[in-house]
Design a binder for this molecule. Sequence first.
Ligand code: DQA
Length: 151
Amino acid sequence: MAKPVYVLNGPNLNMLGVREPSIYGGKSLREIGEDCVAAGTALGFAVDFRQTNHEGVLVDWLHEAGRAQAAGTAVGAVLNAGAYTHTSVALHDAIKGAGVTVIELHISNVHAREAFRHHSFIAPAARAVMAGFGVQGYPLAIDGLVAVAAG
Ligand code: DQA
């Protein structure tokens, strides 16, 4: 069975397609998930695509991804933590503690937006950071994660 790449989405990303389409585009999270599965399949990987509005659930999923990566049964995680990016020491600690390889992803270019979006608690714990490619960033981030995991 193909190893999974985790793609973890945080708060309000279930609203994609409806939420501020001028910033986030018109695709739904379900359509983005389908694009991720297609990108993973093309690279020979399964994709475990999830979304939650709850910070602690993201912590649990990062621990799970870290355990799976340590066991050699997963590649790592693409993480769009949404607004928790800018607030969550818990997510920073979860990534470090679990030892999971994370690509931090944002649909929008957070650095071209409000000042409160310029700081990330995820970035210092992440392997790489991607922002501003729109929803096309998801398959690009999967590609990048697989590339860094391969060394
Ligand atoms: C986001 C950017 C965050 O600042 C925001 O809170 C989100 C989405 C993005 O994908 O561009 O919820 O992570």
